[in-house]
Design a protein around this ligand. Structure first.
Ligand SMILES: NC(=O)c1ccc[n+]([C@@H]2O[C@H](COP(=O)([O-])OP(=O)(O)OC[C@H]3O[C@@H](n4cnc5c(N)ncnc54)[C@H](OP(=O)(O)O)[C@@H]3O)[C@@H](O)[C@H]2O)c1
Length: 353
């Protein structure tokens, strides 16, 4: 058997001549080549500035930001940029050890506090919220950024479909739990996605339309639902916080950004690698989130969906305020069944009906 070994500074590939399809990739050979091609091209104009440039004029000393999914690709970049501008960042992470590793040497460590949370469990969210309430006096920015994708259908210990619970439901619950320490001019940012457009619902969705049963499930559909719910509840919160200084935004980071999001299925991993030359880098992906969280240009605004640091029109369904109320009521109903003393604890969020 003849092998050609091709050494390259960014990886090594061994090609079996008889069976050219059995290519063994090492050190993400293809990924690194594509990244290199991209580095040489001027994509900056096309994909916008890196997140660091968005905050470079700001001093965020005295501000505290809570971010979920802070150990992930985009989340850790947002954390880095905010901490470099003196913002105290509360990193709510499933894996605190990983969060410490990814922020090692990149962030201002004295601005970071780590909180453990598994968003697939309401009990874990409650414990995380209790820990935050015990240690923190106020939160000025909340970035609901954690997400998962590409999973086979699974149900959490709370009886909800996992992607829906992790990407949206638990994070909204976390926000509700922290209500009393949200500052009077808090900014809440949902990390959203353009893919929210691909959902059609009946006039009055039920639990099964948002937490999909196995026979209706695809991970893309569930992911899109979770992002649509974020946009709908952005509108709900803007109404709830009408005539207060509190504001809420949704930010689309970009499409096909090669991150941990595609890790659960090799086909997505391959697709995202192939899209590297045509997509934003992680730091460009973080820029719209950072912009929503900090930009003085957004002062006085609320309920805005942004893409590329600019206002963008969300889907008609995402703008339907009746649907916002229905989904919010459904969320409360689901929580009421699962959280003790719900109506006493969360009367601020009660239905608008
Ligand atoms: N990448 C894209 O092309 C793209 C496009 C549109 C929108 N977005 C959005 O951008 C945001 C950031 O995604 P990313 O691309 O940076 O993906 P990522 O690298 O996979 O980061 C996702 C983060 O969510 C956390 N997470 C997942 N499951 C969790 C759980 N059960 N409990 C607590 N945390 C959990 C992960 O924690 P672990 O590190 O422990 O897994 C990780 O920190 C997401 O909201 C995503 O939907 C991304």
């Amino acid at each position: 058997m003849t092998y050609f070994l091709v050494s390259h500074q960014i990886g090594t590939v061994a090609i079996n001549k008889r069976n050219i399809s059995s290519v063994i990739w090492k050190d993400s050979f293809l990924e690194n080549i594509l990244k290199n091609i991209k580095r040489n091209a001027n994509y900056k104009r096309l994909f916008g500035p890196p997140a660091e440039a968005v905050v470079k004029e700001l001093d965020l000393a005295g501000k505290t930001c809570l971010i979920t999914g802070a150990s992930g690709s985009i989340g850790s970049e947002v954390t880095r940029c905010l901490s470099l501008r003196n913002c105290n960042v509360l990193m709510a992470c499933r894996n605190v050890y990983k969060a410490k590793l990814v922020t090692n040497n990149t962030c201002e460590r004295n601005h970071l506090t780590f909180y453990q949370v598994n968003l697939a469990s309401l009990a874990s969210v409650k414990t995380c919220a209790e820990n935050i309430l015990a240690n923190e006096k106020k939160i000025d920015i909340v970035i609901l950024n954690a997400a998962t994708f590409g999973l086979p259908w699974t149900i959490t210990e709370d009886g909800l479909e996992t992607i829906f619970q992790v990407n949206f439901f638990s994070q909204y619950y976390l926000l509700m739990c922290l209500d009393k320490i949200l500052s009077s001019d808090v900014r809440v940012v949902f990390t959203s996605s353009e893919s929210h457009r691909n959902i059609n619902w009946p006039l009055s969705p039920t639990l099964e339309d948002i937490s999909l049963p196995q026979d209706r499930y695809t991970s893309i559909k569930s992911y899109n639902i979770s992002k649509l719910c974020g946009l709908l509840l952005m509108h709900y919160l803007s109404y709830l916080w009408y005539e207060t200084g509190k504001s809420v935004f949704c930010a689309h980071p970009g499409s096909f950004i090669k991150s941990g999001l595609c890790r659960n299925w090799w086909a997505y991993e391959a697709l995202y690698i192939l899209m590297i030359p045509f997509s934003k880098s992680i730091t460009q992906g973080a820029s719209t989130i950072v912009y929503c969280a900090t930009s003085p240009e957004l002062k006085g605004m609320t309920a805005v969906y942004l893409n590329n640091c600019k206002r963008c029109e969300e889907s008609d369904l995402a703008k339907d305020f009746n649907m916002s109320i229905k989904i919010h009521d459904l969320v409360l109903e689901i929580l009421r069944d699962r959280v003790d003393n719900f109506d006493i604890l969360f009367k601020n969020y009660s239905s608008l009906k």
